[in-house]
Design a protein around this ligand. Structure first.
Ligand code: HEM
Ligand SMILES: [Ca+2]
Length: 351
């Protein structure tokens, strides 16, 4: 049966539910004025990180208060001072004016902006967006956001405790697909915008491949808490990603994503949707996924970075051999830092 669509008051768009109509203007505003005309830039990456740090701050042990409730923006003074939220004061400051000038809650805006952000990255899945989150009445307590220097057990336990259902070990791996479009600004403050894979503006499986390579050096002057040896110049490796790629509880799931973009899509949609709904009841929310842009598709094979090959794989999964893949041609060159929207930052007096 055909779904009847309603004409939106903007005279341009139609929607399956009239409540979604106001999101078109929010989308167009952030694409233009936040993501530099629809780029998978540093701001897009930060918008995605923020969805996680708002959502994951809920604990079954503590009675499931919080989650994706906007507390990280509403109580920004408290929460952006938490060590795990380092650097997020900036994206909160960028996002706040958009919330103020549109009729949308902080909780919904954070997740909506994250879904739009991901759509800007070629190769990404089109993430679903549901409208109607509860609004925070108190800040999240400290200690609920995983840190890169945490052990695998600490990380898996934290995810398992996030919400009444929690996350299975494999779902933690699925969620970490986000690090294919990511960089670190504050792990090594001397090297801001250091990406986690060689293609931080493309939603591909390189992150899972590159973290499985034998680390050879720090990308900066030395170790920072949560940083380990990386295999690729310019690419920062987090200890948490390194350990999850090797731990017996997660290593085969990690490897299974290498050169499997279909699985990457399917599982990231599942894991991210779950994060984006933590603390809320999906059945009482409105599906506005149609407002999220359709990402550009890519057709690439996972490849070893120049000079590296299957020989450098630190095989961890005992069940299945690592896939045999080609190496990118040429000499090893340093992966450049991720571009930031300097004008936007200057306007808000951010560094
Ligand atoms: C074990 C769990 C995780 C740990 C320990 C972790 C840790 C980190 C750290 C340390 C950074 C660098 C922050 C900075 O210095 O600027 C980072 C960046 C990022 N993380 Fe995670 N993360 C985890 C899971 C996730 C998940 C589940 C998502 C999203 C679904 C996510 C999305 C991102 C993104 C998009 C960035 C890049 C931000 C930017 O480029 O500015 N992370 N993460
Ligand atoms: Ca990538």
């Amino acid at each position: 049966a055909l779904t009847r669509r309603v004409a939106c008051p903007d005279g341009v768009n139609t929607a399956t539910n009239a409540a979604c109509c106001s999101l078109f203007a929010v989308r167009d505003d952030i694409q233009q004025n936040f993501f530099s005309g629809g780029q998978c830039n540093a701001e897009a990456h930060e918008a995605l990180r923020l969805t996680f740090h708002d959502g994951i701050a809920i604990s079954n042990k503590a009675g499931n208060v919080g989650g994706a409730d906007g507390s990280i923006m509403i109580f920004a003074d408290v929460e952006t001072a938490f060590h795990a939220n380092i650097g997020l004061d900036e994206v909160v400051a960028i996002e706040k004016p958009f919330v103020d000038r549109h009729n949308i809650s902080a909780a919904d805006f954070i997740q909506f902006a994250g879904a739009v952000a991901v759509s800007n990255c070629p190769g990404a899945p089109r993430l679903p967006f549901f409208l109607g989150r509860k609004t925070a009445t108190s800040p999240a307590p400290d200690g609920l956001v995983p840190e890169p220097f945490h052990s695998v057990v600490q990380i898996l336990d934290r995810f398992a405790d996030a919400g009444p259902v929690g996350f299975e070990d494999v779902e933690v791996v699925w969620a970490l697909s986000a690090h294919t479009i990511a960089a670190a600004n504050d792990v090594d403050p001397n090297l801001p915008a250091s990406p986690f894979d060689s293609t931080p503006t493309i939603f591909d499986t390189q992150f899972f491949l590159e973290t499985q390579l034998r680390g050879t050096d720090f990308i900066g002057k030395g170790t920072q808490p949560g940083e380990v040896f990386s295999a690729v110049k310019g690419v920062m490796r987090l200890q948490s990603d390194h350990l999850l790629a090797r731990d017996t509880r997660t290593n085969c799931e990690w490897q299974s994503f290498v050169n499997n973009p279909q699985k990457l899509h399917d599982r990231f949609i599942d894991a991210w949707l779950k994060i984006s709904l933590l603390g809320n009841d999906q059945d009482s929310m409105i599906d506005c996924s149609e407002v999220i842009p359709v990402p550009k598709t890519i057709n690439v094979q996972a490849t070893f970075p120049p000079t590296l090959s299957n020989k450098q794989v630190e095989q961890a999964c005992a069940d299945t051999p690592f896939p045999t893949l080609k190496s990118a041609p040429g000499p090893a060159t340093a992966v450049p830092p991720v571009q930031r929207n300097q004008a936007l930052r200057a306007n808000l007096k951010l560094h």
